[in-house]
Write a protein that binds this ligand. Structure first.
Ligand code: ADP
Ligand code: MG
Length: 453
């Protein structure tokens, strides 16, 4: 009888509040009792119950009364089997925990983890030791001491690898925690999809219910206003609940253009660590580790001494390229059944070696610096002496001197035929400012990284 009344109420509601609202919020309601002036419903989560209560309970009550039931109140509870195991958890975490139990893993909108990206397979060297230590600390759990952990560095330096390693480790040590890893692009995609399908409350709930949120390549959301907004709120909600957040980007928070200031400053509140470009030792270490795996895999394959050193020396771009080179080398050697010698490496990897040989040009430096300071490339070589043009020009001169083998007169020629003494002056000026101007130092570091990656 009650159920029949409830069925009619639902039909009317479907018309009044619209199909989408109906499917999202009314259909999952389960009427369990209707007595003593109270309508009782089972709901999947506390959050869900709150939402329905705030938005639809008036409708529901009015319609039930119109059906002849005297009800003054609606109550929404999460059924016992869902909430019981969590009873000992702090109240604030309850809604999240409840949905965690009910939701299966494949409903988490994260990306899958690469099983090869673990701490074991991560080679530690000077350029990445800080990032590695911070990642370890987060993965070991314990009280959240810095939030977020912000990892940044150029392409292929191991950001994604470290993030996956953190996720693996946490899942190993604390399997009850909900770890959500995804790229900023996927975050945006999910967000837009939720908007389109009017499931934004579900979206919010999922993202606010995780214990560890990891967002890779966050620079992607720069300039995407509503996604940034949503990200900011998700971020704050999790930080408020003392949940760990790990973010990566290709540059420092302050250097991401079109990222809202409030997000930048939130990012800077945690621990910001960068992965520096690899050095020779790290590259060699990585190659040795991978080569061992391959030697085990391609049984009987020999590698002459000096080959790995040669590669570590010559391929300086990034680890991804380095790995690609080794993979190809082993595949090729096993195909032709030959020992991996220096000659074989040079033949087989000619294109990669040539690309790595590519020398940085003064023109590229000028272009990147102009871009960074938002001035025209033509002003780099032009005669303007305004500070906001002259300073970037001097930065470019300084970098040209540092990063290319060109002589001062040569550099002068590329800067609109300036005299070599002007170049000396520019280089000195920057060197002098560097000692006191930390912004300039940051700029130089970023530019160097961009130019050398
Ligand atoms: P990013 O996300 O910074 O662009 P990735 O984490 O995807 O870089 O790394 C690119 C490749 O290089 C991956 O295959 C990764 O396993 C490998 N790699 C990077 N750094 C290391 C390291 N220190 N030790 C072992 N492998 C590494
Ligand atoms: Mg990555």
């Amino acid at each position: 009888m009650t159920n029949e009344a409830w069925c009619r109420v639902r039909e009317t509601l479907a018309v009044r509040i619209g199909k989408n609202n109906y499917t999202s919020w009314i259909e999952p309601l389960h009427l369990t009792a209707l007595d003593e002036g109270i309508a009782r419903f089972d709901v999947p989560t506390t959050f869900f119950g709150d939402w329905v209560s705030r938005n639809f309970s008036d409708h529901i009550l009015a319609l039930l009364n119109a059906e002849g039931h005297q009800v003054g109140r609606a109550e929404f509870t999460v059924p016992a089997q869902a909430s019981a195991p969590m009873a000992q958890k702090p109240a604030a975490a309850k809604p999240a925990r409840v949905s965690a139990k009910r939701r299966t893993d494949d409903e988490l909108p994260g990306a899958s983890l690469d099983s090869r990206f673990t701490f074991d397979s991560f080679v530690v060297g000077k350029p990445n030791e800080l990032a590695h230590a911070a990642a370890r600390r987060v993965a070991e759990g314990g009280p959240v001491s810095f939030n977020p952990l912000f990892l940044y560095g150029g392409v292929g330096l191991g950001k994604t690898h470290l993030m996956h390693a953190i996720a693996h480790e946490i899942q190993l040590r604390q399997p009850h925690l909900r770890v959500l890893y995804l790229s900023a692009e996927q975050f945006m995609y999910r967000f837009v999809q939720a908007l389109r399908e009017r499931q934004i409350m579900d979206f919010k709930e999922i993202f606010r219910s995780v214990d560890v949120l990891m967002v890779d390549d966050v620079q992607f959301i720069a300039g995407k206003d509503s996604t940034q907004e949503e990200f900011f709120h998700t971020f704050n909600a999790l930080v408020d609940q003392n949940k760990q957040i790990v973010i990566s980007a290709d540059r420092a928070p302050g250097e991401i253009k079109d990222l809202e200031d409030r997000i930048k400053s939130r990012m800077q509140c945690g621990l910001v660590v960068d992965l520096h470009p690899t050095d020779y030792e790290l590259r060699l270490g990585i190659l040795q580790q991978k080569a061992e795996l391959y030697i085990a895999q391609y049984k009987g394959l020999q590698i002459s001494s000096g080959v790995l050193e040669f590669l570590a020396h010559r391929i300086t771009t990034n680890v991804r390229v380095l790995e690609g080179a080794l993979t190809r080398l082993f595949a090729f050697a096993s195909l032709v059944g030959r020992e991996i010698t220096l000659d074989l490496a040079q033949d087989c990897l000619a294109d990669i070696l040539r690309a790595s040989d590519r020398k940085l040009t003064i023109e590229e430096i000028q272009r990147k610096v102009a871009e960074h300071y938002n001035i025209r490339l033509s002003d780099m070589i032009g005669p303007k002496r305004l500070r906001n043009i002259a300073r970037p020009r001097q930065v470019a001169m300084y970098l040209a001197k540092q990063l290319t083998p060109r002589s001062l007169p040569e550099i002068g020629r590329r800067f609109g035929g300036r005299d070599h003494t002007t170049i000396i002056h520019g280089v000195r000026k920057i060197e002098e400012l560097m000692t006191s101007d930390s912004q300039l130092n940051d700029d130089l570091q970023l530019l160097r990284r961009l130019l050398q990656s």
